[in-house]
Each structure stands twice: as structure tokens, then as C-alpha cells.
Ligand binder design. Structure first.
Ligand code: HEM
Length: 253
């Protein structure tokens, strides 16, 4: 049975209640991204399958801090046994973005959950100390995503912050880290002393293919939101082998 509109609304309400009580929108977006972002288009392994909930994967260095997010969602999973973990992690992310004032992202339920033997090897997520060729060649093109997707999706750094004890980086990228907007891109073009700009963020401004997208998104929030929604939907569906009862198509809340 596909997820009914009523059930979908109940799940959205449960997540909204969580975000009203605990401002954990950023880490939920990071959770969804780190689950999906392991996809390898060639071997068709990884992707949005909730393998991140198992120890071999959640203990990878890049996932530091995400166990907290997984545990925070468990009571909601208990309330919604009919929703897979893989759907829950992605729906928690798009709901967090909308809750923070970001774009509404089309969503389709029906991701099956991976087993622990499906965990991907360490090293598929990006290294913040590296530049454009790493972002492209080692990571996003491997997933089947484009240069435009890389820049648009990096705009998710509108939300949240670095934590010294997790990544070694500290502080927010923008002046309002619980608001999803396009300020990130202006800060990438002109880094501020008191805001975070990772070497991988700076690479977006220095690379000749990436930069035009950064410039466009810095001045045109609507264009950023429209492109972000498209790229994020792609990310949220990477590697998914839809169940027989999956929604026939994505819908927007
Ligand atoms: C382009 C390559 C990327 C690199 C190198 C990168 C790196 C990082 C690093 C180092 C952190 C700090 C983690 C911490 O200390 O807590 C972080 C946080 C975050 N990242 Fe990324 N990231 C990338 C792309 C993305 C994408 C594609 C998304 C989502 C679509 C995303 C969403 C987030 C969010 C929301 C946070 C804040 C988490 C929090 O506040 O707890 N990132 N990222």
C-alpha cells in the first residue's frame, strides 16, 4: 500500500513538532545527505537506503555526530512502522528544509531499507579540505550528479555549523544558521572572518565552471530555490530500487 496523503501529513506533523521543540533541522539535512551521498553509479551501491544506521557506516569519520540524529528519529520511526528508515531520513531532511523557510522538495515514498552488509566502504563522502577536482571526480560525478547539482546542493550550508569535535571546523556559514536562504553564496564569494567557509566551499568560487552558478544564486534566491529543489530530489533518490508499493510519482506537500 502506498503511503496515504493522511499518513504523510501525520509524519510531517511529527517532524514539525520535533523541529519546533529542538532546532535540529541542520543535522537532519546532513543525515539525509550522508545516507544518500555514498552512491556509486558504476557499482550501483550505496545511496538513500538507510545503511547509515548501522555501525560500520555511522562510525565513519565523516558521519561524526549523526548517531545523535538517528537516535532522535527513532521514536518517530516507532510511531510510523509502516515508513522505512530510508524514507524517514529523506523525508526528515526535506521537512527540515521547508520548516527553515527553504524550498518545498517533491517527494516520493517507497525506498527499501538496506541490511547491515550493504554498508559502503569509508571514503565516499567529500573531504572538506579538498578542491574542485575532488568534489567532481571523486564524489558527485561518481553519484551521477552534475556541476550545477554540486553548487546548488552546497547551498544547504545555509543551515547549521561546523563542530570542532566532529569535523575539526567550527561555526556557522551564515548569520542565521536556522534559516534556509541564499546568504551562503555571497559569503562564498566574499568570505567573512566570523563565518565558516570550508576549503571545499571556496573551491566553488575559484572554479570557472562552478563560479557562474555561485554568482547567480548569490543574487537570485528564487533561481537557487528552484534549482535546489531539483538537485535535492535527485540526491534523495540516488540508488533507490523502489518497492512495489512505492508512490507512482513524487508530490510536493
Ligand atoms: C560539497 C561537499 C561538502 C563538504 C566537503 C561538506 C562538509 C561539511 C562539514 C565539514 C560539515 C561540518 C560538520 C560538523 O562539524 O558538524 C558540514 C555540515 C553540514 N553539511 Fe556539508 N558538506 C558538503 C556538502 C553538503 C551537502 C550536499 C549538503 C546537503 C544537501 C550538506 C549539508 C550540511 C549541513 C546541513 C551541515 C550542518 C550540520 C549541523 O549543523 O550539524 N553538505 N558539511
Amino acid at each position: 500500500m502506498p503511503v496515504s496523503a493522511e499518513r504523510r501529513a501525520e509524519l510531517r506533523q511529527a517532524l514539525t513538532k520535533l523541529y519546533d521543540e529542538v532546532p535540529c533541522n541542520p543535522i537532519m539535512v546532513r543525515l539525509g545527505w550522508h545516507d544518500a551521498g555514498t552512491y556509486d553509479a558504476e557499482s550501483k551501491t550505496g545511496g538513500a537506503n538507510a545503511s547509515i544506521r548501522f555501525d560500520p557506516e555511522v562510525t565513519h569519520g565523516a558521519n561524526a555526530g549523526l548517531k545523535w540524529a538517528i537516535e532522535k528519529l527513532q521514536p518517530i520511526k516507532d510511531q510510523f512502522p509502516d515508513i522505512s528508515y530510508a524514507d524517514l531520513y529523506q523525508y526528515a531532511s526535506i521537512t527540515a528544509i521547508a520548516h527553515a523557510g527553504g524550498p518545498k522538495i517533491p517527494f516520493r515514498f517507497g525506498r527499501p531499507d538496506a541490511k547491515d552488509e550493504d554498508c559502503t566502504p569509508d571514503g565516499r563522502l567529500p573531504d572538506a579540505n579538498k578542491g574542485a577536482s575532488h568534489l567532481r571526480g571523486d564524489v558527485f560525478h561518481r553519484m551521477g550528479l552534475t556541476d550545477k547539482d554540486i553548487v546548488a546542493l552546497s547551498g544547504a550550508h545555509a543551515l547549521g555549523r561546523g563542530h570542532k569535535d566532529r569535523s575539526g571546523f567550527e561555526g556557522p556559514w551564515t548569520s542565521e544558521p536556522l534559516k534556509f536562504d541564499n546568504e551562503y553564496f555571497s559569503n562564498v564569494l566574499a568570505p567573512k572572518d566570523d563565518l565558516l567557509c570550508l576549503p571545499s566551499d571556496k573551491a566553488l568560487a575559484s572554479d570557472p565552471e562552478f563560479r557562474p552558478f555561485v554568482e547567480k544564486y548569490a543574487t537570485d534566491k528564487d533561481a537557487f530555490f528552484a534549482d535546489y529543489a531539483v538537485s535535492h530530489q535527485k540526491l534523495s533518490e540516488l540508488g533507490v530500487k523502489w518497492t512495489d508499493s512505492a508512490d507512482a510519482e513524487a508530490t510536493t506537500d
